[in-house]
Design a protein around this ligand. Structure first.
Ligand code: AMP
Length: 551
């Protein structure tokens, strides 16, 4: 632990990133695999690698009680010492100076202590913490408390730890990053790089892999041009939630786009695990699907984030998983196989409901692609995924092998009625605009959404002055303004909502343009909103799934 602390202190004492990398890489080279795994995780400010999904659950009050008990310092003294440092590690280091009986403590001891703190309940967490702190010299206690508090504060990003791993073991940084994307664990990454095992052989089932992402394009020719392929594959862009499925025997776990476990939310998929018949890692999209039709996203929303799903909700909003990729099959990692092979393997599995396959259609030129896109739009869907059939699966990458062809379905011209002060660095400007359309039946303006993206800082600053002048009522945080500023807004969808007087709400509205040229009398109407809703967002849609799906 002392060497760890010394390396950490040396990193903290320089601002030069090259020097930080050099110090760390030299330190990494001295470690065996187990300590390397631990050190890389601790240096990125974590007690446990994220893949283990463990938290320490240790609060400030336990920590300060323990430090006070070892150091014999009163609460007030500890408080003023903290104000001096405003860093828990530095604070503990100074507070404990001279009060501990240092012994040799290994990183293994540190690991065991962290585990003991994690598994102890409530006040019992103090015991293992105190026992270790009493054995540490102050400089090591300083770093142990940094680990416990989850912040190193030595100017070390995860990127720098990656760079140091690369330098330590002579591995190019791009390779280190790639291994890290697959493992999602910097400790594991360091060990694999030390061993020189950076082929894509490292998928470990039940450790989520980062999702491959798509880049946006707006036209079919642009898609062909950017992908540089003569034939592309298209799949429907399903409007559900991204989901990764890991299955081994009867064990099945699901992970969301942010790599959180969501198994409990979708019991239908868990129950289907035995029928898959193979050990797999799938990438797909969970959709609400009833009577052969895909339900709108707002129905699926009722199923999200639940720890328990009651039978009624399961009946009302059943879910399926539309699978579009396979990353691992019966012990074989498929990341480097071309999409064609991965798809072939997927099709060979003979999957059944609730596991469906994304519908695939090949396009050989932009006109062909445009036709497929138009058909998708005809069915009321917003977009199409365009994929390079020869591409590998690149975790965490938003590259050009997957494109999303998407144009706003329509935009609406609206007028701003209420403005709000922003947050964070926008707290001194009026940056959030509630806007309305016209209800021709009553002649009133009815609110339909709130937008806070799409304008530049300069435009927001200008509008802050404009809106301050136009205020008709100052309600503190919000201001009602004269309805004179007309905006064109794009959005992802329209939902029924009780939040606004219009009875509708726009999902993800963003400002496309300021319509100085348009008088308020000519803004869009509630009738047009209703029309768009009925056409695109009203009822369940016809979203084609593969032939497997229809059976
Ligand atoms: P976006 O959220 O606009 O960046 O679009 C990418 C998202 O589309 C992915 O993260 C998936 O959740 C979703 N998606 C829907 N259908 C597909 C598909 N066939 N292939 C890949 N992603 C899809």
């Amino acid at each position: 632990m002392l060497e760890f602390a010394r390396a950490g202190a040396a990193v903290g004492s320089t601002t030069a990133t090259l020097e930080k990398t050099r110090v760390l890489s030299a330190y990494f080279r001295t470690l065996d695999e187990d300590d390397l795994r631990r050190a890389a995780v601790y240096l990125s400010g974590r007690a446990f690698p994220p893949s283990q999904r463990r938290t320490l659950g240790l609060g400030w009050s336990t920590l300060s009680k323990v430090v006070s008990s070892i150091s014999d310092l009163e609460e007030g003294e500890l408080g003023s010492l903290f104000r001096k440092h405003s860093d828990l590690g530095d604070w503990a280091g100074e507070a404990l100076d001279g009060s501990t009986q240092p012994e040799a403590v290994t990183l293994e001891d540190v690991g065991q202590t962290l585990e003991a703190i994690r598994t102890a309940r409530g006040a019992a967490k103090a015991r293992p913490l105190e026992s270790l702190l009493r054995r540490l010299p102050p400089e090591a206690a300083r770093f142990f408390v940094k680990i416990v508090s989850g912040e190193m504060r030595i100017g070390l990003s995860e990127g720098l730890v990656e760079a140091a791993v690369g330098e330590a073991f002579g591995v190019p940084i791009t390779q280190v990053k790639r291994v890290h994307l697959v493992t999602g664990d910097i400790g594991e990454t360091a060990v694999l790089c030390k061993r020189g095992e950076f082929e894509a052989s490292t998928i470990t089932l039940f450790q989520p892999v980062r999702f491959m992402l798509a880049s946006p394009v707006e036209t079919a020719p642009q898609a062909f041009e950017r992908m540089g392929a003569s034939t592309v594959w298209t799949e429907e862009k399903y409007d559900g939630v991204r989901c990764q499925l890991h299955r081994q025997g009867s064990r099945l776990e699901l992970f969301s786009r942010d790599l959180k476990e969501t198994t409990a939310a979708f019991p239908e998929l868990v129950e289907g695990a035995p029928a898959i018949g193979h050990d797999v890692l799938f990438d797909g999209e969970v959709l609400a699907h009833r009577d052969g039709r895909v339900l709108r996203f707002f129905e699926l929303q009722r199923r999200l984030g639940r720890k328990k799903v009651d039978p009624e909700l399961r009946r009302d909003v059943p879910v399926v998983l539309v699978i579009f990729d396979i990353l691992w099959l019966d012990g074989r990692t498929l990341l480097d196989e071309p999409l064609t092979t991965r798809r072939q393997l997927l099709e060979s599995l003979g999957l059944e409901h609730p596991f469906l396959l994304a519908r695939l259609e090949e396009a050989t030129d932009p006109t062909h692609l445009d036709r497929i896109f138009a058909e998708t739009r005809e069915r009321g869907n917003e977009g199409l995924m365009v994929k390079d059939p020869l591409s590998p699966y690149t975790p965490g990458r938003r590259g050009l092998a997957w494109l999303k062809l998407k144009r706003p379905l329509a935009t609406l011209d609206v007028v701003v009625t209420v403005v709000e002060w922003g947050h964070g660095k926008r707290k001194d400007v009026l940056s959030d605009y509630t806007f309305a359309v016209k209800d021709t039946a009553t002649g009133r303006l009815v609110n339909i959404g709130k937008a806070y993206t799409g304008l530049t800082d300069a435009e927001i600053a200008k509008f802050t002055r404009v809106f301050l002048d136009m205020t008709v009522e100052d309600m503190g945080y919000t201001r009602m303004v004269r309805p004179e500023v007309v905006l064109e807004v794009a959005f992802d969808s329209i939902q029924h909502s009780g939040r606004h007087l219009s009875g509708y709400a726009l999902r993800f509205p963003r400002i496309v343009r300021i319509r100085d040229d348009k008088p308020v009398e000519e803004i869009d109407t509630l009738e047009r909103v209703a029309e768009l809703y009925d056409r695109y967002f009203g009822t369940a849609t016809e979203v084609p799934l593969s032939e497997v799906a229809e059976t």
